[in-house]
Design a protein around this ligand. Structure first.
Ligand code: ACO
Length: 448
């Protein structure tokens, strides 16, 4: 099979959200800390009738329906998530409901977990399957679904929630450049979930930022080396139209791209001009460790990177600024933002992707885009995702309500023997929701 990659996409995020500037006032932090400091506008969260399974069901059924794909055409289903609902039973098995109903139980794949990286692992599994001898000619389906919630404190405004479904097959408008991938995996305690009784992570915020940037440097250098070996010429940001990053919050994406530009300066890339050299040359002799702590370098590189950021990164930031960190779905929501903004004009473009999951695992890979034929075309993907409409029809909650809801969810996490309010007034038709968890922890869902 040729040009294996993403044929179709659908995104779902809860309609319940809170504005970051309102949260700033409520939390009593300095004005602008979340909106400018973190670069976030709004944050979505699951109400008590939604969870990662209901969101996954909604994204999957909507994708199959809107692109006219028969559930019997799916041969592999992979889920990426770091939201633990059950320590043994995979989220994938819950999604099997959709396929069992039409007699298709012959579907490989289970869940992949490592913080925000699980979705990328799931995606690679599906792409590799289609490219392999085991492929039976049917489609792969990847679902990234997460609810990112943090304990009260500085990390809480970096929450979010969403599910993304992606259909995988040959002759895709979004094709993998499979030879060009570089990973960085290491053992670090930057963000982890050792307390199985709590949905909240243990997080060392500052360390997680540094680990993210170190993994980025390592992956970018690895990618450049592989590119240079394969293509016989140097790689720089000039060789890709767009850069998409895992986005815990937008400020880190700004810093990440600046770091990539700094790498290009160190490697003396051909587009680097006199003025960039003047501003950044003095920092090229810093050791790696020094460079991560150096605030002057951070400022100067962001300044040099700014015009490139506006062109190559900003078009892929809308959903993440509006919804927040969606863990495994985050990088694909950023990619969805790019398709939403640029659709057909991406024809012939290369898009760089950087996926990071704490712990840690990270990969940089690249995609080659072409318009494709309906229903599997860039313009149709943008139309189906209908991002503007989904953002518009949300309900903003007051911070008191949000905090109250977080308390209810804390109590419900890992719990049994309860029925939900079944209040679906905010949900769009076709949305799945949780109705009950019975005395044996069995979960029940219904479709609006
Ligand atoms: N106006 C404008 N900017 C402000 C203001 C203000 N009033 N107040 C603060 N800021 C800026 C700060 O200068 C800082 O920006 P800088 O990094 O460019 O200097 C930024 O806002 C954040 O302020 P901090 O004081 O550094 O924030 P704090 O330490 O309270 O928390 C953090 C930030 C660490 C990101 C926290 O939200 C967190 O732990 N989040 C979860 C971890 C995370 O997402 N890590 C990323 C990779 S791992 C993953 O994906 C989960």
């Amino acid at each position: 099979p040729q040009n294996v990659g993403i044929l179709a996409m659908e995104i779902y995020f809860p309609p319940t959200c809170i504005q970051q500037d309102i949260l700033e006032d409520f939390d009593g932090v300095s004005k602008g800390k979340y909106t400018i400091g973190l670069g976030q506008d709004c944050m979505a969260f699951c109400s008590e009738v939604e969870d990662v399974i209901s969101m996954g069901l909604t994204a999957v059924t909507s994708l199959l329906e809107k692109y006219g794909v028969d559930p019997r055409q799916i041969g592999r289903l992979e889920v990426g998530s770091e939201t633990v609902i059950d320590k043994s039973k995979s989220i994938k098995t819950f999604l099997m409901n959709v396929f069992e109903d039409c007699g298709n139980t012959d579907i490989e794949g289970v869940d992949s977990t490592n913080a925000c990286y699980g979705g990328t692992a799931a995606l690679f599994n599906c792409v590799n399957w289609v490219e392999s001898n085991s492929w039976d000619g049917r489609y792969g389906l990847v679902v990234c679904t997460d609810s990112a919630v943090y304990a009260e404190g500085p990390a809480r405004p970096t929450g979010g929630a969403a599910a993304i479904a992606m259909l995988i097959g040959p002759d895709a408008p979004i094709a993998f450049e499979s030879k060009l991938r570089a990973s960085h995996m290491s053992h670090v305690y930057d963000f982890y979930k050792p307390d199985l009784a709590s949905e909240y992570p243990v997080v060392d915020g500052k360390l997680s930022q540094t680990c993210y940037l170190m993994a980025l440097d390592s992956c970018y250098n690895g990618y450049c080396q592989k590119y240079e070996k394969l293509e016989g010429k140097q790689f720089s940001i000039a060789d890709a139209e767009y850069f998409v990053f895992h986005s815990p919050y937008n400020k880190l994406v700004q810093k990440s791209f600046a770091r990539v530009v700094f790498s290009d300066v160190v490697r003396n890339a051909s587009y680097v001009d006199e003025s960039a050299n003047e501003k950044l040359g003095q920092f090229t002799s810093l050791t790696g460790d020094e460079s991560y702590q150096n605030r002057d370098l951070e400022k100067a590189s962001q300044q040099v990177a700014k015009p490139y950021y506006d062109k190559k990164v900003q078009p892929g930031t809308l959903i993440n600024k509006q919804v927040g960190n969606m863990y495994t779905a985050s990088i694909y929501a950023a990619f969805a933002s790019l398709i939403h903004n640029k659709h057909s004009s991406l024809d012939g473009n290369r898009v760089m992707m950087f996926s990071y999951g704490s712990g840690s695992s990270a990969t940089m890979f690249s995609l080659h885009l072409s318009e494709g034929k309906a229903p599997f075309s860039l313009s149709n993907i943008a139309k189906v995702m209908n991002v503007d409409e989904k953002l518009k029809r949300r309900t903003e909650l007051a911070p008191e309500k949000f905090v109250q809801l977080m308390k209810v969810m804390e109590h419900r996490y890992g719990g049994k023997d309860f029925v939900t309010s079944k209040d679906t007034s905010g949900l769009a038709p076709g949305t799945y929701y949780l109705t009950e968890v019975d005395s044996k922890y069995r979960r029940f869902y219904a479709k609006k």
